[in-house]
Design a protein around this ligand. Structure first.
Ligand code: BES
Ligand code: MN
Ligand code: ZN
Length: 486
């Protein structure tokens, strides 16, 4: 979606839109428009769109009114995104190529206008790479939004938002791609290509290097796959040279069959998005670099494929993690924590980060708890937890906190090793988090985000179509801007 700013709309743009506050129909509508809006019960509520036609000079213009709800409140920006998204939904495949968005009487601030544009852009994103037989009316037609009448500063505000949108789109792309296309090596290559010219530094550890470092837990997961495991390291050092970085660590299981503890067939195709945590980290780095965030940030993605094979690890195997702690692998399908634990140890040894946040599609149990409305948050630090909850509310990537406690930690004791990789059935998301906490050194502020219910949507949502949502990018971006840049 191309978004441009102009002093006035070109005469050739015959589809126009305006943003309308609830119960405040513009006074300058033609009688037919005003009557039509009323007759169809258009009140300017969030997400409502009314379309009519009105004469402008010699032309008949197709005019859409998009409802933004009432001004003010926590959800204001989210509501404006929905208004933009509603326009995208309506016109994406309408046959119209350009939309003139007239903000002159909208009263929207620069930041608010940018939210409308973000909604428009994000809701227009689709991954059509593999569709060769779309009918004409199924193809996206809307290519451009021309913004007129925006307040001073709107272009600059949009530049920042556009960087975040680009990050979200990159995450969606990585998540949407199937596992025969995105596997550890190709994930790395896709990042390399996308990061060209951004200032993001990339380093990659291969299996030999990881073996040298003693990452037996991560390597054990990948050992049944023909694809080599990788540890991808991303650096954006836009902050003060001396400042310790914040670290983002992502679970990047590019396909999770369960391994020898094989998953049942129904729905297994979903496990192509078991790299959604790593995808969010990769997208967040792009967003931060794109808007030149004044912060030091490292992203680490543990990239593996979990396959059953003659060489795969077996239930009951004991592996030694980079931390030196040993793990009895009771269930090879509880593989995400095995990948993350070595990535967590490595990032601590390498960077001594000020804060660590891991993101992972870690447990089905978190979807039982929270459905698809919140991600699960676990933390050893109340301040960090509150910062993340706040960033979640403000960004729309909402999180909900769960407990950690010694009583849960006891549940992963093993008769043969330092710990086992699963607890009992109950509280499965919590014992998974307890497992990770065992790899956090010196009480470094750490949070674990279990986003299994959030990275993929079976139906369209506020600013996404069904499919990959890009969850987590805005959360991390907001956390950085609120806690490091301000
Ligand atoms: N990747 C899955 C978790 C998952 C399930 C994500 C459904 C998204 C949708 C994870 O690796 C897994 O298999 N977890 C097991 C853990 C169990 C074996 C303790 C689970 O949740 O069933
Ligand atoms: Mn699994
Ligand atoms: Zn998994």
């Amino acid at each position: 979606m191309k978004i441009t700013f102009a002093p006035s709309a070109e005469a050739s743009v015959l589809l126009k839109a305006r943003i309308v506050e609830q119960d405040k129909l513009p006074a300058d509508l033609s009688p037919a428009m005003a009557k039509g809006a009323q007759a169809s019960r258009f009140a300017g509520k969030v997400g409502q769109v009314f379309e009519g036609f009105q004469q402008e000079g010699d032309d008949v213009v197709r005019l859409a009114l998009a409802g933004a709800g009432k001004p003010g409140g926590d959800a204001r920006l989210a509501n404006l995104e929905k208004a933009g998204a509603a326009l995208a939904t309506k016109y994406l495949t309408s046959g119209e190529k350009a939309l003139g968005l007239d903000l002159s009487d909208s009263g929207l601030s620069a930041r608010e206008a940018a939210a409308v544009l973000a909604g428009l852009r994000l809701r227009s994103w689709r991954w059509d790479a593999y569709r060769t037989k779309l009918k004409e009316e199924q193809k996206r037609s809307l290519e451009e939004v021309v913004v007129t009448g925006a307040k001073a500063g709107t272009e600059a505000a949009w530049e920042v938002e556009a960087a975040v949108c680009a990050g979200i789109e990159f995450t969606r792309e990585l998540v949407a791609e199937p596992a025969n296309v995105i596997y550890p090596q190709s994930f790395v290559e896709r990042c390399r290509k996308r990061y060209e010219g951004t200032g993001i530094e990339i380093a990659v550890l291969d299996e030999d290097e990881m073996r040298e470092l003693g990452m037996g837990a991560l390597l054990g997961v990948g050992q049944g796959s023909r694809r080599d495991s990788k540890l991808l390291v991303l650096k954006w050092m836009g902050g003060n040279p001396g400042d310790k970085p914040i670290a983002f660590v992502g679970k990047g299981v590019t396909f999770d069959t369960g391994g020898i503890s094989l998953k049942p067939p129904a729905g297994m195709e979903d496990m192509k998005w078991d790299m959604g945590g790593a995808g969010a980290v990769a997208g967040a780095m792009l967003a931060l670099a794109g808007r030149k965030a004044k912060a030091n940030v490292v992203g680490v993605c543990g990239l593996v494929e979990n396959m059953p094979d003659g060489n795969a690890q077996r239930p009951g195997d004991v592996v030694t993690s980079m931390s030196g702690q040993t793990i009895e692998v009771i269930n090879t399908d509880a593989e995400g924590r095995l990948v993350l634990c070595d990535a967590l140890t490595w990032v601590q040894k390498e960077f001594q980060p000020a804060r660590i946040i891991d993101l992972a599609t870690l447990t089905g149990a978190i979807i039982i708890s929270l459905g698809h409305e919140h991600g699960g948050l676990f933390s050893n630090n109340d301040k960090l937890a509150d910062d993340i909850l706040g960033a979640g509310k403000a960004s729309g990537d909402k999180m909900w906190r769960f407990p950690l406690a010694p009583e849960y930690d006891k549940l992963i004791e093993s008769p043969i090793a330092d710990m086992k990789n699963v607890g009992p059935r109950w509280g499965g998301s919590i014992t998974a988090a307890q497992f990770l906490q065992r790899f956090i050194e010196n009480d470094t502020p750490w949070a674990h985000l279990d986003i299994a219910g959030m990275v993929w949507a079976d139906k369209p949502g506020a600013t996404w179509d069904k499919g990959a949502t890009g969850f987590g990018v805005r959360l991390l971006d907001k956390l950085v801007s609120d806690t490091i840049e301000n």
